[in-house]
Design a protein around this ligand. Sequence first.
Ligand code: NDP
Ligand code: OXD
Length: 322
Amino acid sequence: MSAAPKNTGKIYFAAAGWDPEIWMQAFAKYAPDREIVTEIKAGEEASIDYALVWKQKRGSLTNLPNLKVIFSLGAGVDHVFHDDQVPNLPIVRTVSPDLTMRMTEYVVWQVLDHHRLGPQYRAQQLKKIWREDRRQPAANEVNVGIMGLGVLGRDAADKLKHLGFNVSGWSRRPQDVTGVNTYHGKDGLSDFLKQVDILVCLLPLTPDTKGILSMSVFGRMKEDGPLGAPILINAGRGGLQNEADIQAALERGLLSAASLDVFETEPLPEASPLWGNPKITITPHAAASSSANALTPEIVKMITDYERDGTLTNLVDREKQY
Ligand code: NDP
Ligand code: OXD
């Protein structure tokens, strides 16, 4: 790997909709000698070495002649490619124990909520109904299927396995994960889907996965299981799901419930019918937020490693877009 020039390169923070202050404070704490800016003044374009981005404005990285690396402040990078003018430079995505733990907490929370009949008991409480006779299947009667066996999918699979669930996973290429039944590719999708009671989606949004959570998937799942019809949990990206199909699948009983953290349009518009659907649990893209305090020292280390000998980890494959 070729050594990068030694410097203490300047950083451009371009995260649309985020409060930059908390990141500025974290950089002041963990890299006090490094300059970080939220705006680039005319004439200072050449001083920028690195960009930290979340949904950067289209073309905002084009006129930075010395830009070397683009760091995505999220694990997903669809928001980087959304800008069709993003320069052809290395893109590094967030892989962090903090982010992974947050996502695993969300997945375990939602799986357990459905498994332990949380939505049903909350509905009972609203009507002051005391009903004890609902069937409570054991975890080992329930199959959780995870779409996406990457950093996040594997950790969630591991924790769910330890809780006693039967866990399976689906990925693009064959993957070996201890204690997890694995399937891969388009050819493996039907066999994966037909044994799943709770479907967890942790896929990246790419040209291949766009809209995958549609009737074509819901129609291939089992009709009934220990929890009734299958349950969908999507914390990947909103672009993976067809919301009209989710509504229709819930209506037709192909799905019994859904937990959605991500949406086709975010923020979810007030007019969306998803808000009022009692079978849907909504969280506002909050499954695993990027924490400035947790991520900043990791980003600083990556930049320091790169400046030392050109090492870059967690590189995105531009062709596959994840
Ligand atoms: P990784 O890149 O580590 O893993 C991606 C997984 O998806 C891999 O197993 C990969 O297969 C699989 N995959 C990709 N394309 C396909 C395909 N066409 N068919 C089948 N499987 C496919 O990603 P992470 O686990 O780190 O993150 C996953 C996603 O989670 C992010 O891209 C982001 O969108 C989302 N996310 C959401 C958050 C939230 O708050 N809601 C927070 C953080 C992330 P293979 O193993 O064969 O390469
Ligand atoms: C991410 C996210 O990709 O927060 O990290 O959505």
